[in-house]
Design a protein around this ligand. Structure first.
Ligand code: SF4
Ligand code: SF4
Length: 392
């Protein structure tokens, strides 16, 4: 933490990149301001409780790292500080967070809770803001369970073998992502294994400041994956970013876009009707993993697809793990900005590579009255495979 603090030269280049600074315009809600706050807390000159509201408002999006010319590793500051922030919360708030993380880490528990929540959506306005925000993120109806097969053979000449993560929340809210990833990978000659009972990778808990629980989940997750594969494939940017730190032995962890781009597409991809779509960078793909070109190259290979640029595509949409539950007002403001930027691009669909972003974008677009569909990159690639029907 001391190294990260001392490498900041206070130039302020990161300020325009910071979503909370953009919305609030306060130095203490900018990366530079937060680094000063954390320095003072670390040196004992400022009680953590005095800095807490500004640090809690940080999305952890890491846009400041991308913007920083001095290479400040902001994540080395905010991640350990988040643990201290959580430890200083009242007991009831800590219990609430622990419960939420444990429910979300278990697809069976999360499905049961989400099913109850969808039935209670109309009560959202009468409930506390964070509970209302949580219900607001649920779809009117949950998709039917669609368990990914344990093994799917490559089509044609075998070019690779990978193990696929299916995710915890993603497997409930959008099971089509894993199944479309399998369709796309196997069409490119890659055989896919899906380790059973893989559970949660721990990314959400690590991001939310429950490091011990996140680390325990990550260890169990990593142990459930085989080593005799070319890569472990992540289909959610937040998970992939965390798994790159925690899956330390065996095959390398790669985002599905990163893997497909390196492999090279061999199947012609075409949509049955022209489509204008916008690509929204997931922060944990663009800023945490520095992957921005690969998804655009993959989408650029689809015949019939026009990629519409959106203003500030690297600016967080307000999802950021549990942020849209813990900071609902700021998350909604960021969601509104993003929804308006997508609508202004004239796109009929917005594409991203993270379940949290897709959920937040869908809610924000609907709230703003914009009729724009959402899709994961692999969902759109799957729509363009030979024999598929295109966007529904
Ligand atoms: S851009 Fe980097 S060095 Fe400059 S204020 Fe921001 S974090 Fe510090
Ligand atoms: S992580 Fe994101 S929200 Fe936090 S200081 Fe950096 S740019 Fe701002």
């Amino acid at each position: 933490m001391a190294a990260a603090v001392s490498s900041c030269v206070h130039c302020g280049f990161c300020l325009p990149a910071c979503p909370t600074y953009k919305v609030l315009g306060e130095e203490m809600d900018s990366p530079r301001g937060r680094i000063v706050l954390m320095k003072e807390v670390l040196e004992g000159g400022l009680p953590l409780t005095d800095a807490a509201q500004h640090l809690d408002r940080c999305l952890g999006c890491l846009a400041c790292e991308t913007a920083c010319p001095s290479g400040v590793r902001y994540r080395d500051l905010i991640e350990p500080m988040r643990e201290d922030l959580v430890a200083h919360r009242p007991a009831a708030a800590r219990l609430h967070l622990k419960t939420l993380l444990r429910v979300m880490a278990s697809p069976a528990l999360f499905r049961a809770a989400a099913a109850l929540g969808t039935g209670a959506k109309m009560l959202a306005p009468a409930l506390p803001a964070s509970v209302g925000a949580m219900l607001g993120l649920l779809p009117p109806q949950l998709p039917a369970p669609d368990v990914a097969p344990a093994f799917t053979a490559a089509r044609g000449r075998r070019r690779g073998r990978v193990a696929l993560m299916t995710g915890c929340v993603q497997s409930v809210l959008r099971p089509s992502v894993a199944n479309d990833a399998i369709r796309v990978l196997t069409a490119q000659g890659v055989e896919v294994v899906v380790p059973p009972g893989q559970g949660c990778c721990g990314a959400l808990a690590r991001h939310a400041g429950d490091h011990d629980y996140g680390t325990a989940l990550a260890a169990a997750h990593a142990a459930s994956f085989p080593a005799d594969v070319d890569a472990v494939i992540a289909t959610a940017a937040g998970c992939g970013s965390s798994m790159k730190d925690t899956h330390t032995s065996g095959a390398p962890v790669l985002d599905v876009c990163e893997y497909l781009d390196r492999l090279g597409l061999m199947t012609p991809l075409a949509l049955p009707a022209p489509l204008r779509a916008a690509y929204q960078d997931a922060c944990h793909l663009a800023h945490a993993q520095q992957i921005t070109a690969a998804p655009r190259r993959l989408l650029g290979a689809i015949d019939g697809l026009t990629l519409a640029p959106i203003a500030d595509s690297g600016l967080c949409c307000g999802s950021a793990g549990l942020y849209n539950v813990e900071q609902p007002a700021l998350a909604a403001a960021l969601g509104r900005r993003k929804a308006d930027a997508v609508a202004a691009s004239g796109a009929a669909m917005v594409v991203s590579a993270n379940i949290g972003c897709l959920t937040q974008l869908g809610v924000a677009l609907a709230a703003a009255g914009h009729a724009v569909q959402t899709a994961h990159v692999v969902e759109l690639l799957a729509m363009a495979l030979p024999g598929r029907r295109g966007p529904q």
